[in-house]
Design a protein around this ligand. Structure first.
Ligand code: NAD
Length: 248
């Protein structure tokens, strides 16, 4: 571990522009389970595909029941050491923005300006109408669900209201994909942190950065498909690895 942290420290010191790319693993120490680890969300529930959500009231009811079952966990989660370390490097001017697959809002909570968090898979702390895009707060959805007994539709346009996340089968957000591409292609150090790197197209960014000439470091407890192209792989707990980089 110490050797890896030292090498990472050298890479960070030598880099002018660092772009982090984060996955569920950076948030597990805050109490939010990841997807694919033992005990992860998918070992319990099959994901609901976007087409199912659109087509079926039952699927929408189930999706919202699952979301409300997670509400205490999301509401109680505070940024962990990994989030704080990245926020420290952001404040120091080394990180222009973070690209994340996470939907938990914890990078914003750790001090990143909202505009500097590129959310590839959206955000689960609020909802949107899938027709007109109108934003709704979760409290509103919860109240409507309880009084109506079913997941609500948008009062403006009658289309379903969904967490502001990107489901399987749903289009990736264009502006975010564009900005993430720019960032990956214009950094000298790219850090892939806490992602199994199996969900595409998000998993393409580490390779893209590497091909554009950046150094690539992967920090993840388990092996990933891209370990063999990385300049540094640290297979250890993220809090332990990034803790030494937290500055107040
Ligand atoms: P994933 O579950 O596929 O992979 C997480 C990886 O992190 C695993 O390989 C695991 O070994 C590693 N990991 C977990 N805890 C760790 C720790 N403390 N230290 C080091 N490594 C650790 O997650 P992913 O790659 O982000 O999958 C992508 C999908 O999961 C995305 O669509 C994302 O939206 C969604 N997701 C997000 C959250 C969140 O917002 N916190 C939680 C679950 C899933």
């Amino acid at each position: 571990l110490q050797d890896g942290v030292n090498r990472l420290g050298d890479m960070i010191a030598g880099a002018k522009v660092i772009v982090p790319f984060t996955g569920a693993g950076i948030s597990t120490e805050t109490g939010i389970p990841d997807f694919r680890s033992p005990g992860g969300l998918w070992t319990r529930n099959r994901p609901i595909h976007f087409d199912e959500f659109v087509a079926s009231q039952d699927a929408r009811d189930e999706a919202w029941r699952r979301r409300f079952a997670m509400q205490e966990t999301f509401a109680a989660a505070r940024p962990g050491r990994g989030h704080h370390a990245l926020a420290s490097l952001y404040r120091a001017g080394k990180i222009p923005a973070v690209i994340t697959q996470n939907i938990d809002n914890l990078h914003q909570d750790s001090g990143f300006a909202a505009d500097h968090v590129i959310e590839l898979h959206g955000n689960t702390t609020y909802a949107r109408c899938i027709g007109c895009g109108q934003r709704y707060e979760l409290d509103w959805v919860h109240r409507r669900f309880q009084t109506g007994g079913a997941a609500p539709d948008c009062p403006e346009c009658a289309e379903p209201v969904k967490t502001a996340t990107v489901s399987f089968g749903q289009a990736m957000p264009e502006a975010e994909m564009r900005r993430a591409t720019e960032l990956a292609q214009h950094c000298d150090l790219f850090l892939a942190i806490g992602s199994s790197l199996v969900v595409w197209p998000a998993a393409g960014f580490p390779l893209m950065a590497k091909q554009a000439g950046a150094q690539l470091a992967i920090i993840n407890r388990e092996p990933t498909d891209q370990d063999d192209v990385a300049d540094l792989v640290i297979r250890f707990d993220i809090g332990e690895v990034l803790g030494p980089f937290v500055r107040n």
